[in-house]
Design a protein around this ligand. Structure first.
Ligand SMILES: *[C@@H]1O[C@H](CO)[C@@H](O)[C@H](O)[C@H]1NC(C)=O
Ligand SMILES: *[C@@H]1O[C@H](CO)[C@@H](O)[C@H](O)[C@H]1NC(C)=O
Ligand SMILES: *[C@@H]1O[C@H](CO)[C@@H](O)[C@H](O)[C@H]1NC(C)=O
Length: 178
């Protein structure tokens, strides 16, 4: 009885460890690419949001995009946590990917801010989603920075500060918009 219950749990923890070790800088870099694709989708969809009923389907689509994006950001944090230090080549790849991601995020947040009145009553949900995305992005960033070499690890916080500033501007745009 005792052994039959402990043995499967040992097996499961063994599987868990091997899954963790499968994550490395290649995984995290692929996550950043996926995040970039999802950010671009959100930017594309937010263009179609208009005030009132005609824009409602797009407003809901943007909400779906935000949920998918948040899930990917959290997956990225999990993979970064489960990865060994990225090393020289991995840190360079990821550093460059983060630098490439920053303007995409900033443009998207500007597009979301520009729709602050179009979302109407849903503005409160947009503002909440932005705050959630910002918090999860910060958590992802700190998981990634912990695995970067010192050169890239020194550059990344500036990139992340720019992303945070763009989030704050967008969140502020919704302060009085609903
Ligand atoms: C990461 O792991 C995959 C296989 O799990 C491997 O193909 C890839 O080369 C590894 N990347 C690095 C940078 O070690
Ligand atoms: C990653 O690790 C940090 C620090 O240990 C922890 O706070 C965070 O919850 C972890 N994130 C995920 C998604 O597992
Ligand atoms: C919408 O955001 C703009 C800045 O992007 C701001 O100037 C404007 O006051 C905001 N509108 C409302 C109703 O809060």
């Amino acid at each position: 009885m005792y052994f039959s219950s402990i043995f499967p749990s040992l097996l499961l923890s063994g599987i868990h460890i091997s899954v963790c070790l499968a994550s490395n800088s290649t995984t995290v870099n692929a996550d950043i690419k996926s995040i970039s694709t999802l950010v671009t989708s959100l930017q594309d969809d937010v263009q179609y949001v208009t005030a009132g009923i005609p824009g409602l389907a797009w407003a809901l689509q943007v909400q779906q995009d935000a949920i998918a994006l948040d899930g990917m950001i959290n997956q990225g944090a999990k993979d970064a946590n489960a990865s060994a230090a990225f090393g020289g080549g991995g840190s360079l790849d990821i550093g460059l990917s983060l630098i490439g991601l920053q303007p995409t995020i900033t443009r998207t947040l500007q597009a979301v801010a520009a729709k602050n009145t179009s979302f109407g009553e849903l503005g409160i949900i947009v503002q909440y989603s932005l705050a959630q995305l910002k918090a999860d992005t910060d958590a992802f960033a700190s998981s990634v920075v912990a695995k970067l070499d010192s050169l890239e690890g020194g550059i990344a916080p500036g990139v992340i500060a720019d992303i945070d500033k763009a989030f704050e501007t967008a969140i502020t745009a919704y302060e009085n918009a609903y």
